[in-house]
Design a protein around this ligand. Structure first.
Ligand code: GDP
Ligand code: IMO
Ligand code: MG
Length: 416
């Protein structure tokens, strides 16, 4: 059984954590392939809530093995904290966690540089998560990054100190901190890519978990208001060490409306009461930074581009419950740009800030009954909303999420 990529189709926070946790029920591995602790993935089950930043969301299921691929940038203190937190919640993880030694460190100096660069940006800031992600990837591309592999070297600390010499006080790491990283993370380092290949060879399902979202991609996104890694499906191959032929499913996660944290264009952004309603009802507050998320309507041109760039084969539509109680729901079906109409995002990243969404009003529905478990149980307008979304994107919707808990999920197959 080959691999499934799960990724965000908007600007992050689509509900990837919830979807991964669900799909992990049929998988032997869940592997993160890019990004770092800028991610915040929420899993809720039986009233318990887990917020994962570096560990894959599959970690909540005790029989799923977890990998951190070499495409990631890893803050060792954050990682140790997350492992300990999970263990405090009764979930042992060390015996089933494998981390690629080729992944790069995120160090305190990276967070300091992240903050300094934000304050230097004269116009609009990017609104980063402040986790040092950009500077860590800069070091990686500049071929001066420190890789986790150095934890395995006897003289790793000496070489680490030499590499950091002259980088300022922020870059100093105490021997005590180093030893703690070495003792805790060292034993978890191993050949993640080979382990994944072993699982695939045995016919097991492997999930490759994306962080952030398509329009935060370093290349395809709303540059420069993007993150510093590639978030597209192709990046799963690069960051986990899996060839494209191993992937048979690309599950795109899309919220039934749109949100964005941080700055940058957002054509369907709502204002006033509409935005407040979505934010309050959807509890749209950043998992990583606690910032309120900008909220707006479903943007089909944005999603069409995501389908195209990722080769999305199925869609998980989340947070449909948040739209309940509206008479009509605006949905952007196309954009108006310099007098013409386009139905995908324009080629220049800045041009997305100048398009005008063309809205259709789709009929709304009352609150869902509490016992909905099948697609047919949903109000007819809600079913139509899902059908029209699948139809407009040309991709089947195979999961409809109607609440944060694992149970509030409807597996279905709504063909376009
Ligand atoms: P991720 O970064 O894509 O994993 O998404 P986040 O976890 O940052 O944000 C999604 C938020 O929505 C979390 O608080 C989830 O618990 C919650 N959530 C996920 N699916 C649903 C849903 O269908 N309905 C509601 N109301 N909340 C959901
Ligand atoms: P998950 O995986 C939403 C945004 C930041 C900022 C931009 C760059 O939970 O969906 P960075 O710290 O990466 O340099 O910030 O990207 N951003 C996210 N927004 N969800 C995320 O992750 C994000 N990770 C980064 O807000 O606009
Ligand atoms: Mg998130």
């Amino acid at each position: 059984m080959p691999a499934t990529v799960v990724l965000g189709m908007q600007w992050g926070d689509e509900g990837k954590g919830k979807v991964i946790d669900l799909l992990a029920g049929d998988a032997s591995w869940a592997v993160r392939f890019q990004g770092g602790a800028n991610a915040g993935h929420t899993v809720k089950r039986r009233g318990e809530k887990f917020a994962l930043h570096l560990l894959p969301s599959g970690a909540v299921r005790k029989n799923v093995r977890c990998g951190l691929g070499w495409g990631m940038v890893i803050d060792p203190d954050q990682l140790i904290g997350e492992i300990e937190q999970l263990e405090e919640m009764g979930i042992e993880i060390r015996s089933r966690l494998l981390i690629s030694p080729r992944a790069a460190f995120v160090l305190p100096c990276h967070a300091a540089r992240d903050a300094a660069e934000e304050s230097r940006r004269s116009g609009e800031t990017i609104g980063t998560t402040g986790r040092g992600i950009g500077p860590a990837y800069e070091d990686r591309t500049g071929r001066r990054a420190l890789l986790l592999a150095s934890l395995l070297d006897e003289d790793g600390k000496k070489r680490f100190d030499a590499a950091q010499a002259g980088a300022g006080d922020d870059a100093v790491v105490s021997d005590a901190a180093w030893n703690r990283w070495r003792e805790t993370i060292g034993p978890l380092l191993g050949d993640c890519a080979a382990a994944v290949h072993g699982a695939l060879a045995k016919g097991e399902r492997v999930l490759l978990e994306g962080a952030q979202g398509t329009h935060l991609d370093l290349f395809a996104g709303t540059y420069p208001f993007v993150t510093s890694s590639s978030t597209l499906a192709g990046s799963a191959c690069v960051g986990a060490g899996v060839g494209p032929t191993a992937i048979d499913t690309v599950a795109g996660v899309a919220k039934a409306y749109t949100t964005r944290v941080g700055n940058g264009p957002f054509p369907t952004e709502a204002a006033g009461k509409d935005a407040d309603r979505l934010r309050t009802k959807g509890f749209e507050v950043g998992t990583t930074t606690g910032r309120p998320r900008r909220c707006g309507w479903l943007d089909l041109p944005l999603l069409r581009s995501s389908v195209m760039w990722n080769g999305v084969t199925e869609i998980a539509l989340t947070k449909l419950d948040v739209l309940s109680g509206m008479k009509e729901i605006p949905v952007a079906v196309a954009y108006e740009e310099s007098g013409g109409t386009i139905d995908t995002v324009p080629p220049s990243p800045g041009a997305l800030g100048r398009v005008r969404p063309i809205y259709e009003m789709w009929p709304g529905w009352e609150e869902f009954p509490s016992d909905v478990s099948r697609f047919e149980d949903l109000p007819s307008s809600a079913r139509r909303y899902v059908r029209k979304t699948a139809g407009s994107l040309g991709v089947p919707v195979t999961l409809v999420s109607i609440g944060a808990d694992r149970k509030a999920s409807i597996r279905c197959r709504i063909d376009p």
